[in-house]
Ligand binder design. Structure first.
Ligand code: GLC
Ligand code: GLC
Length: 823
């Protein structure tokens, strides 16, 4: 069952009813100012950091699920309603929400008034614009009042939810003209405030929540809109809000635009602004706020900013496009998958409807993987991101697990000692080098642990990453797992017995010998990349050392990491096997299978170049298909753990079939998909791809529940009570890895050092397609005719000339290269 449809031309998902199976959200903002917005206008805004600079309030765990947002109330001759449906939930004659690239348009109509609000964050501004268009669709003159409403957060979102003894006394606002200023804590150490203005004269305002809503009322019963008259209340402590009353009279067919702006403003030495307009009276300096409101004070200005945003996205999304007979494939590749990659660039795992914005900052491993999905879109910002991340690395090559975006400093709140972290840096940098050819980045001097005294060049950071794994091997020559590897929940040294204690930060047991086959596979890939990087720098000795380390690790995996039909998952604290047929549960895990094969471990070729079907790699992926497969995707391991196993940690805390305990953890499905293409099995790869990809799941939205346009972290697995139900949409490494899988391996167009590799493996269902790829300033138009025969590989004709191999050499910037690929 569907609750809307894709409008590919407009690059929008159109939601046709307010009662979707879950709030379906979008993100606004692409630089420093961000908003989350649901299809019923819920959500919140922040500047740079969802924890430290939260502008507006949102209540997770609330009833109903999605309450708290920016709302407009209409009082039309006593009929009070909200065009976003929530919070009043009055029946609407028309409802539609269009989520597009960095904007959302919500339209509601009732009783002959149509109210359509376009929400977006203009490029270069630290503000959310809400352009409200009200149309009288009746044949009578209409006079009515509109009330805006949002609730301020007292900046630190965590403190805001916990420290009431202080916070209920500190709220302060100012009102000037049609602008409401939120200045809590500005009197002391803050140099910033928020402003909410509208480009017209107002009939009144409110800034005190109790006055506007009441104390015992819900937002749906808010007093001021019901009464139809603002109270001009001034907040003093308690709960500061902002509401404007705008009165209008419209002739039949007439429309009116209002431009509301919610902005963030700083006054400091950096921008040369005085803190106060009047220090004695503690009146804030509003120069920059007024300038901001002025810039956006007309419909034309708002429209121009919106057009610029559209051009920005058009430009971004032309870096990689596909034209195929499969609409779902086209819309995922051309629009939504890349869009989601940009959102993970901005958010990492911080703020969504499943991440509160206070728990997690930017993850070391998360952001380095996300990079693989956006490096082709914003190479310059990817460069900056790499340097920021590397600066938090510790001198021994290990890493803090996360850093705070505002300060860019690594912190211990989510711990450290996750032994997969170091190798991701190499994998991310490799992706950047292949995309850009900017090898100079390796000479950038970057601190360790954010300490300039410990700075070394980026290449040395990679060396430390490489050496970290080598210096932390266990009894079988496999990498020690530390606190955990990619799977945060495989905690082999933890042995936690205290309820509620975090598995990510509890003190580990000393003397562990627990080893990870996943890190082994990851190391094979990373060491291979590092070897090529070293060779490119002329460091042949180091390249040889890295190649031989990769080879040794590959052997260790095949010898000690092999269970007979698949790769083991680990050795535990006592040296016992994890992920073996000898166990009754958790016999086979997905991570080492997919990653080993994509890294080439156990892949064997016949004399004619075709893969050997009985190789360890082929057997491992056959076992994955047989044991982990389900109609909704590949589960993480099987059988799921039925009870808590202290020696395994968090993985066994989840009920069977959810999250890391046998859920379909979408992030690692693409590793298997890529692995299948390495084995030339494009048909199976594309089947696996379609099972978890949202556009293909749109028809079962009532089962899937979360947004049909972006990936979710998890779909409940085959042993779960709610198999097929997805959770944790948006902020997941699934976005980057699936884009890598589909663009580089299924469609088969990927950048390398010297050229573009063209090696499609998508099976028989996509008989022909064209990829247009911009790389290093040139455009490549690659037309593929695909027999779909298993194992068949592309023969290339470049600008009319047949070439051997599958690499199209880079052409000078500005040129257009035409490639014919036939399989
Ligand atoms: C979450 C984390 C990611 C981790 C994964 C598996 O998605 O963000 O870092 O690898 O879970 O535990
Ligand atoms: C839990 C989750 C995992 C996530 C981690 C981050 O372990 O299961 O997915 O990565 O928390 O803190």
């Amino acid at each position: 069952m569907k609750f809307g449809h894709f409008d590919d031309e407009a690059r929008e998902y159109v939601i046709e009813t307010p009662v979707t199976p879950y709030p379906w959200i979008n993100y606004l903002g692409s630089e420093d100012f961000f908003s989350l917005i649901s299809h019923t206008a819920g959500g919140y805004t922040f500047y740079k950091d969802a924890k430290m600079r939260r502008l507006t309030r949102y209540r997770y765990n609330d009833i109903p699920t999605d309450s708290g947002g920016r709302y407009f109330f209409i009082n039309d001759g006593g009929d009070v309603w909200t065009p976003s449906w929530l919070p009043l939930k009055k029946d609407l004659d028309f409802f539609e929400t269009r989520h597009g690239m960095g904007y959302t348009r919500i339209t509601g109509e009732r009783g002959g008034l149509r109210v359509s609000t376009l929400y977006f964050v203009p490029l270069g501004e630290t503000a959310e614009v809400q352009k409200v268009t009200i149309t009288n669709t009746s044949d009578e003159v209409k006079s009515f009042s509109l009330f805006s409403y949002l609730e301020f957060c007292l900046w630190n979102a965590q403190d805001d939810q916990t420290n009431y003894q202080r916070n209920l006394s500190i709220g302060e606002v100012e009102v000037e003209g049609s602008a409401i200023y939120h200045k809590t804590e500005y009197r002391e150490r803050r140099d910033h405030y928020a402003v909410y203005g509208v480009n017209t004269e107002i009939a009144g305002f409110d800034t005190d929540r109790e006055t506007f809503v009441g104390l015992y009322e819900t937002l749906a019963e808010a007093k001021v809109p019901l009464a139809g008259k603002a109270e001009n209340s001034m907040a003093s402590g308690w709960y500061p809000i902002a509401s404007h009353q705008v009165d209008s009279t419209l002739q039949p067919g007439e429309s009116r635009d209002l431009v509301f702006v919610l902005g963030y403003v700083e006054n400091n030495a950096e921008n040369g602004e005085e803190k106060w307009a009047d220090d004695a009276k503690q009146i804030i300096n509003k120069n920059r706020a007024r300038a901001l409101l002025d810039r956006l004070s007309t419909t034309e200005a708002a429209d121009a900013a919106f057009t610029a945003l559209g051009e920005y996205w058009h430009e971004l999304l032309s870096a990689y496009t596909v034209d195929s007979p499969d609409d779902k494939l086209n819309r995922m590749v051309n629009i939504w998958n890349q869009y989601q990659c940009m959102v993970t660039f901005n958010m990492s795992r911080s703020a969504s409807y499943f991440e509160t914005g206070i728990g997690r900052g930017m993850g070391f491993r998360d952001s380095t993987q996300d990079l693989l999905g956006f490096v082709h879109l914003i190479p310059d910002r990817a460069r900056e991101r790499i340097l920021d991340i590397a600066a938090t690395q510790l001198p021994d090559g290990s890493a803090y697990h996360q850093y705070q975006p505002l300060t860019k400093r690594g912190n211990n709140e989510l711990g450290s000692g996750f032994n997969d972290d170091p190798a991701w840096l190499i994998i991310g940098v490799d992706g950047y080098l292949k995309e850009t050819g900017d090898f100079d980045i390796l000479d950038e001097i970057v601190p360790f642990d954010n300490n300039d005294d410990l700075a070394e060049n980026l290449y040395t950071h990679l060396t430390r990453s490489f050496e970290f794994t080598l210096g932390n091997l266990g009894p079988h020559g496999l990498p020690l797992i530390g606190r955990a590897d990619w799977n945060d929940c495989l905690n082999l040294n933890c042995f936690s017995t205290t309820p509620g204690e975090s598995f990510q930060t509890t003190e580990n047991q000393a003397g562990g010998v627990a080893e990870s086959t996943f890190i082994a596979a990851q190391f094979v890939l990373a060491a291979g990349h590092y070897a090529r990087i070293a060779a490119h720098r002329g460091d042949e000795v180091e390249a040889a050392r890295a190649r031989s380390a990769a080879e040794d690790m590959s052997q260790a995996l095949l010898t000690h990491g092999w269970d007979g039909d698949w790769f083991l998952r680990a050795y535990d604290f006592y040296g016992n096997k994890v992920g073996t047929h000898e166990d009754t549960e958790g016999q086979i895990w997905i991570e080492p299978q997919g990653f080993a094969v994509l890294a080439g471990v156990g892949v064997e070729h016949n004399a004619d170049g075709t893969p050997v079907v009985t190789s360890p790699a082929a057997r491992a992926l056959d076992s994955v298909d047989r044991l982990l497969g389900s109609e909704h995707g590949l589960v993480l391991q099987y059988p799921a753990y039925q009870s808590y196993r202290i020696e395994l940690g968090e993985v066994s805390t989840y009920p069977p079939g959810y999250k890391e305990n046998g859920g379909i953890f979408c992030h690692n499905n693409p590793w298997v998909i890529i692995g299948e293409t390495v084995l030339g099995r494009g048909g199976r790869a594309f089947d696996d791809y379609r099972k978890i990809t949202p556009a293909y799941r749109e028809d079962i939205s009532e089962v899937h529940r979360v947004e049909p346009y972006v990936y979710a972290q998890m779909i409940a697995g085959k042993e779960a009570k709610r198999h097929g139900e997805a959770k944790n949409s948006w902020l997941t490494g699934t976005a980057a890895w699936n884009f890598v899988a589909v663009s580089q391996y299924l469609l088969g167009v990927r950048t390398d050092y010297d050229g573009l590799v063209v090696d499609p493996q998508i099976g028989p269902d996509v008989p022909q397609f064209t990829v247009t790829r911009q790389a290093r300033g040139a455009t490549y138009v690659i037309s593929v005719v695909n027999s779909g025969r298993e194992g068949s590989r592309a023969r290339l004709v470049v600008d009319g000339v047949p070439v051997s191999g599958r690499t199209v050499p880079y052409a000078p910037a500005g040129s257009v290269v035409r490639v014919q690929a036939t399989l």
